[in-house]
Write a protein that binds this ligand. Structure first.
Ligand SMILES: CCCCCCC/C=C/C(=O)SCCNC(=O)CCNC(=O)[C@H](O)C(C)(C)COP(=O)(O)OP(=O)(O)OC[C@H]1O[C@@H](n2cnc3c(N)ncnc32)[C@H](O)[C@@H]1OP(=O)(O)O
Ligand SMILES: NC(=O)C1=CN([C@@H]2O[C@H](COP(=O)(O)OP(=O)(O)OC[C@H]3O[C@@H](n4cnc5c(N)ncnc54)[C@H](OP(=O)(O)O)[C@@H]3O)[C@@H](O)[C@H]2O)C=CC1
Length: 275
């Protein structure tokens, strides 16, 4: 593994990475662990989690792993208690767990909208609250990085997650202010389309349209996304809080995979207007 950070940068730190068993979360767990942090990962499925923990241990990383659904408050509290019992503290929280399904808004059932908001907004809040109360506030120190998505504009095809992630972005700003007094920094990272086990579940043609509408004309990697998250979690970023950082090849500034056909947009009143 190549490093852009100095060895031992995270010695003495304990980092919780939600969704750390796969994709971006695994890359972050591995990078923070290789740089000296003790690592705690969670996810809903025990098997990929245990496999990831074995791979991290093979790299010499001290890892705690436990199945935990961030939507279930009692599981979240038990997980955080387990981390503190094992390592004595926690100093970094990467809220990476999340996901959704692409669908036009008119086909999105209330239950589906709610499922995605629960996962990405309420789950993130639940974990953040538990870690802050149990570890960060008592020790007067903590760093949180929230992994969100492109909320700089609308998110067509993803109304549920756009709404949920925009909520997390605002929570990031609010907590950065409220919790500065507790020595807690809070930032957000908004990836464009990143090649992971997660996006492998998306239709290939959607990914190709996303690539084509990205100025840098490629998808991102989990490792390069991890470098940005790790920087924000480090002491090198100690004067950075309440901000959202895009890592998206410029996608949030330009194209969109969402097509709007010229001849299907109703014009009321008829355009051009009568003289
Ligand atoms: C235009 C987009 C360009 C591409 C950009 C891509 C950028 C983003 C990439 C990523 O985020 S990568 C991560 C990828 N991984 C995932 O997204 C998987 C995550 N999925 C889940 O975690 C869960 O499925 C869920 C979305 C949280 C829902 O889980 P939950 O167990 O709470 O609910 P379910 O009982 O499964 O479903 C409830 C309800 O939701 C609706 N629904 C669920 N899945 C779908 C689906 N695939 N399509 C349509 N609707 C879905 C549905 O109404 C379900 O109710 P029932 O019909 O089952 O009664
Ligand atoms: N890849 C991309 O292009 C983009 C990704 N993102 C976001 O980045 C994050 C990482 O995604 P990525 O690595 O690509 O995809 P993955 O699907 O590989 O990672 C998502 C991880 O989150 C875990 N997870 C999901 N829901 C829960 C839950 N309720 N409780 C606990 N763990 C959960 C999953 O494990 P399990 O299923 O076992 O619970 C999985 O390990 C996600 O929030 C994703 O939405 C945002 C924009 C773009």
């Amino acid at each position: 593994m190549q490093h852009i950070f100095r060895a031992g940068l995270f010695d003495g730190e304990v980092a919780i990475v939600t969704g750390g068993g796969t994709g971006i979360g695994f890359a972050v767990a591995r990078e923070l662990g290789t740089l000296g942090a003790k690592i705690a990962i969670c996810g809903r499925r025990p098997e990929p989690l245990a496999e990831a923990a074995d791979r991290l241990r093979a790299d010499g990383i001290d890892v705690h792993h436990a199945a935990c659904d961030i939507r279930k408050t009692e599981e979240v509290e038990a997980f955080v208690d387990g981390v503190v019992a094992r390592f004595g503290r926690a100093s970094i929280l990467i809220n990476n767990a999340g996901g959704q399904f692409p669908t036009p808004a008119e086909h999105l059932a209330p239950k589906g909208f709610e499922a995605v908001v629960r996962n990405n907004l309420l789950g993130t809040w639940s974990m953040t609250h538990a870690v802050a109360r149990r570890a960060f506030i008592p020790s007067k120190r903590g760093r949180i990085v929230n992994v969100i998505a492109n909320v700089a504009r609308g998110f067509p095809g993803m109304a549920h997650t756009g709404a949920a992630r925009a909520g997390v972005e605002n929570l990031t700003k609010t907590l950065a202010v409220e919790w500065a007094v507790h020595g807690i920094r809070v930032n957000a990272v908004a990836p464009g389309v990143i090649k992971t086990s997660g996006t492998a579940q998306y239709p290939p043609e959607l990914l190709e349209m996303s690539r084509a509408s990205t100025p840098l004309k490629r998808l991102g990697s989990a490792e390069e996304t991890s470098h940005l998250i790790v920087y924000l979690a480090s002491t090198q970023a100690d004067f950075v809080t309440g901000q959202t950082f895009y890592i998206d090849g410029g996608a949030s500034l330009w194209g969109s995979p969402w097509q709007i056909p010229d001849d299907e947009v109703p014009q009321y009143p008829p355009y051009p207007l009568p003289e």
